[in-house]
Design a protein around this ligand. Structure first.
Ligand code: ZN
Length: 497
């Protein structure tokens, strides 16, 4: 690195540290903070957000960055090496995101969103869409405005999508998602024509035993407990203060055996990504994860392709039977495996199986494009939602709580986020197929609960590059092709045939 880089790296590192401190505050808020501290914590978190924002928007940072990139065109100094160029491009991207929105707009948006989340919670409880509708209308209007600030994109929705999945466009997604929808609906109909599996998971399942099985699994996956830990929270999540301090959370419920265990594996997959980032790039944009879609590919790969596979349960199931002899002693592996892999249409996204899950996402994607790229009367949205559920899943929500009000995303202003879940599913299978090619005997290793080669391969192929490549480039380098639907659908068709 030439020496003039050091000033830039130092400033980026400080921003990273401040962001890490913010994450400590929010992790604590979700895990151990006493309820009475909420107002003080909100103040502390807002202060940290301001400090981070001040760094990104400071004159000093601007002047430093301008030594390497033309701030109006984004043209990067071409005497730089590939790595340096990528670092500057990504720092410039982050800088533009932080500086692209006028201060007054940011303030009015954040005020709207903190109110709207409160209103959404009540509206969901009381099944009262009308009370949330004006807020949703404002959020849609503000999102359109925001899209305008974010720069040149083919459609306003593309600007929002790009925030979460850099480089992804609705023109790329639309035909892929249409294929995914048609093949998913066809497979669902085939599965529904067969008798449903027996329900064999009858609790209660001791929550300490569930916790211990999850902790054992994290250790098997290669989660580094010296640089991370697991705790309990209402909604499982992963957060990182640094690549040397990665926190995962899970939940355990006496009647939902797979809920906690699957969440642990899912968040463990996210955590391995964070722990596997390249220390050489720590504190810079290159030392961060590539995109939300790639992040989700890592959690889904472990949760579904490893943790819901037959070889895995051949080895893991005896451990479960040992911990729960009364509940599972008389349940065969076949019965257990069929029950946990049950496929059935349902109204709630977060409870959906691996086939129908994407249909929930596609419905939101189609509605979001309508909301952002054209004019829609918000009061029509609950019906449009229900019609799509009926068309793709054959079921219709009775209440808005089971329908359009079920997710937190829109009330939090996260329009354009949902597609990253399905991208994660599609990428996960592409990446797993490449891992199978690269590691002879991978399936046998999974059947022996040996994951070290898989983890090492993921570290090298996906984790260490960080943001050195965009998502599509990364997947193309690793798998030989960009985003594809076919590997995912072929995997499901084989599994459920
Ligand atoms: Zn996830």
């Amino acid at each position: 690195m030439p020496s003039k880089f050091s000033a830039l790296l130092e400033q980026l590192d400080t921003i990273q540290s401040l962001a890490g401190i913010s994450s400590v505050l929010s992790w604590d808020q979700e895990t151990y903070m006493p309820d009475g501290a909420i107002d003080a914590r909100a103040k502390q978190s807002a202060l940290m957000a301001t400090l981070v924002h001040e760094r990104w928007t400071s004159r000093a940072f601007r002047d430093t960055l301008a030594q390497f990139v033309d701030l109006s065109t984004g043209d990067v100094d071409d005497s730089l090496s590939f790595e340096q160029r990528r670092l500057i491009e990504e720092a410039y991207r982050d800088w533009r995101q932080a500086n692209g929105l006028p201060q007054a707009f940011v303030e009015s948006l954040s005020k709207l969103l903190s109110e709207s989340q409160h209103v959404w919670q009540n509206a969901k409880k009381t099944h009262d869409f009308a009370s949330f509708a004006p807020y949703l209308k404002d959020i849609i209007d503000k999102s359109k405005q925001k899209a305008g600030f974010l720069g040149e994109f083919e459609t306003p929705y593309d600007a929002l999508l790009d925030e979460f999945e850099p480089g992804m466009t609705s023109a790329k997604l639309t035909p892929l998602f249409a294929t995914l929808r048609d093949r998913s609906v066809a497979l669902l109909q085939k599965i529904q024509a067969k008798p449903a599996p027996k329900s064999v998971l009858v609790g209660p399942f001791d929550t300490d035993a569930q916790w211990n099985l999850g902790m054992d699994m994290l250790a098997l996956m290669g989660f580094d407990f010296n640089c991370g830990r697991q705790d309990l929270s209402t909604h499982p999540f992963t957060t990182e203060f640094d690549r040397t301090d990665v926190r995962v959370t899970t939940r355990v419920h006496p009647d939902k055996l797979m809920d906690g265990f699957s969440s642990t594996i899912h968040e463990g997959g996210h955590a391995l990504y964070e722990q596997g980032l390249d220390p050489e790039w720590a504190g810079t944009p290159l030392g961060a994860s590539c995109s939300l879609g790639i992040h989700e590919s890592q959690s889904r790969l472990w949760e579904k392709l490893v943790g819901m596979s037959r070889p895995f349960w051949q080895a893991m199931y005896p451990r479960f039977q040992e911990r729960f002899p009364d509940q599972l002693g008389g349940v065969s592996l076949d019965e257990f495996y069929a029950d946990i892999n049950r496929v059935a249409p349902s109204l709630i996204r977060v409870e959906a199986d691996e086939l129908t899950y994407n249909l929930h996402i596609l419905i939101r994607f189609e509605l979001e494009m309508m909301m952002i790229n054209s004019e829609v009367d918000v009061m029509d949205l609950p019906e449009l939602w229900a019609d799509k559920y009926e068309a793709y899943l054959g079921i219709r929500p009775e209440t808005v709580a089971d329908g359009i009000l079920q997710d937190v995303h829109w009330s939090a202003g996260l329009i354009g986020y949902f597609p990253t879940y399905t991208l994660g599913n599609l990428y996960s299978v592409q990446i797993f197929e490449a891992a199978k090619q690269a590691i002879p005997g991978l399936v046998d290793q999974i059947g022996a609960l040996q994951f070290s080669q898989l983890k090492t391969w993921l570290n090298t192929a996906i984790h260490r590059p960080g943001r050195l490549y965009g998502a599509d480039d990364l997947v193309t380098r690793v798998t030989g092709a960009g985003l594809q639907v076919d590997p995912f659908m072929t995997y499901l068709e084989n599994k459920y045939s």
